[in-house]
Design a protein around this ligand. Structure first.
Ligand code: GLV
Ligand code: MN
Ligand code: MN
Length: 439
């Protein structure tokens, strides 16, 4: 057949997305269906089992490594050639959707099934992988499995990570669900290339009426957990001057994070205006700062008790690492001063810190060309979310394909991408992988 006309089976891919989405399904009041499959829970195990069964049904050889990453391989004709890898993750946040991560894995499977169905042999092997604990919502850092896979974090350290919800040890949970595999991790050989299809998770493609995002890189990510300790006391009898209430500095830090992101955005807008006016901006941020306090735990969390302790997280991201460092420094100084003012103690623990990543120019150009050849509108864009591809980028030429998210929504049970956008993205993945596998 004319290989250029080869297309994936969109109904089969949609069916698999629907079936996998039933595992850990959560429902909203307006008929939304999302997914709660936190890493290494029973639901994660059930999702893994289903995907591994699909992999085996396709005759792929499936390896499970020591951190629970699963890699399925379809052989190529050249036994000495390194594999082209695709994939993503199937764990979700507690209030996640059915597409984040899952799409990249199931589209990879669909690519292989399409080649299989048409008897197409490639020179290189093709691998589809799902990596452990991409979300980092239960065990920090995010992208943990792919980070260990490429040797960026020691296996033992990762196995000792503790869950944010129940303090369970990652290695124990991995063994409990039956996914502490025999294959050594980090991986012995790097793939020839890695390409990941993912939903955008933001509004850029939809706002611009574009079907395919060609991802140029991923912004830097900084996660810190703060614990502020004061003194718990009676809400009615303790005079205001005697209070050491950790909620007061904690709340002001959350508000300051929001204010700082706004200020940095204004700074960037000013720089752009200055550049347009023919002046050169001297200093300041070039990235766009975002800041989130997403977890906030109060102890003892009672109406008539001044809190003893507050633990919360701060997620800072920027495409410019210098700007991100300035934001981190500012927030640390602010937190220290806010705690001093209330006579509380402050402890800060780094949960994740990843520099911005630039993807491979050749891969970016290839995806753009393949997407355009299929009649798609394309836009080069950075990723706001973290992805396994940013870890693989340390070992091999890597890039990503984005498809639109309706209303720009993700990490929300209402997350949705239309079947036709999924079809478009999976076909770009198909032909990108096919080209790479025959190089
Ligand atoms: C991972 O999905 C992240 O971007 O937080
Ligand atoms: Mn994801
Ligand atoms: Mn996610």
């Amino acid at each position: 057949m004319d290989l250029g006309r080869l297309r994936i089976d969109r109904d089969r891919l949609w069916r698999r997305l629907t079936d996998l989405g039933e595992i850990g399904a959560v429902h909203g009041p307006n008929g939304e269906q999302g997914c709660a499959r936190l890493a290494l829970t029973d639901a994660d195990r059930d999702g893994r089992d289903l995907v591994v069964n699909w992999m085996r049904d396709l005759g792929l050889s499936v390896s499970i490594d020591a951190i629970g990453n699963v890699v399925a391989t379809r052989p190529g004709s050249d036994p000495s050639a390194a594999a082209v890898m695709t994939g993503s993750h199937i764990d979700t946040v507690r209030t996640g959707g059915r597409f984040d991560g899952n799409l990249g894995v199931l589209a990879g499977l669909e690519v292989i099934e399409t080649l299989e169905q048409h008897g197409i042999v490639t020179r290189r092997p093709i691998q589809v992988a799902f990596f452990t604990d991409e979300e980092g919502a239960r065990f920090a850092p995010d992208m943990l499995g792919s980070l260990v896979y490429i040797g960026g974090l020691a296996l033992e350290e990762a196995l000792d990570a503790r869950a944010a919800d129940d303090d369970a040890r990652l290695g124990d949970e991995l063994a409990r669900i039956g996914y502490a595999g025999p294959t050594p991790c980090p991986a012995a050989v790097a793939p020839a290339a890695f390409v990941e299809l993912h939903i955008e998770q933001g509004p850029v493609l939809e706002d611009n009426g574009i079907t395919i995002g060609v991802v140029t890189g991923v912004q830097g990510i900084s996660w810190t957990e703060f614990t502020i300790t004061g003194r718990s006391a009676h809400a009615g009898t303790t005079p205001m001057r005697l209070r050491r209430d950790p909620l007061v500095p904690a709340a002001s830090i959350a508000v300051e994070a929001r204010r700082l992101a706004g200020e940095m955005a204004a700074e960037i807008a000013g720089e752009i205006a200055a550049e347009i006016g023919g002046e050169t901006a001297e200093t300041g941020a070039t990235g766009s700062q975002v800041a989130t306090v997403g977890r906030f735990d109060v102890f003892p969390n009672l109406v008539n008790v001044i809190a003893e302790r507050v633990t919360f997280t701060l997620d800072l991201r920027n495409t410019d690492d210098g700007a991100l460092r300035r934001a981190e420094g500012h927030m640390m100084r602010f937190a220290t001063a806010a705690c001093e003012l209330e006579n509380c103690s402050l402890a800060a623990r780094a949960l994740a810190r990843f520099e911005p990543v630039a993807f491979d120019d050749g891969m970016i150009g290839r995806i753009e060309r393949v997407a355009a050849a299929q009649g798609n509108s394309t836009l080069r864009m950075p990723s706001g979310a973290g992805h396994d591809a940013q870890m693989l980028a340390r070992t091999c030429p890597t890039a990503m394909i984005f498809v639109p998210s309706v209303d720009g929504l993700s990490h929300n049970i209402a997350e949705y991408t239309t079947p036709s956008d999924i079809d478009a993205g999976a076909n770009v993945l198909l032909h990108t992988v096919l080209e790479l596998a025959n190089l």
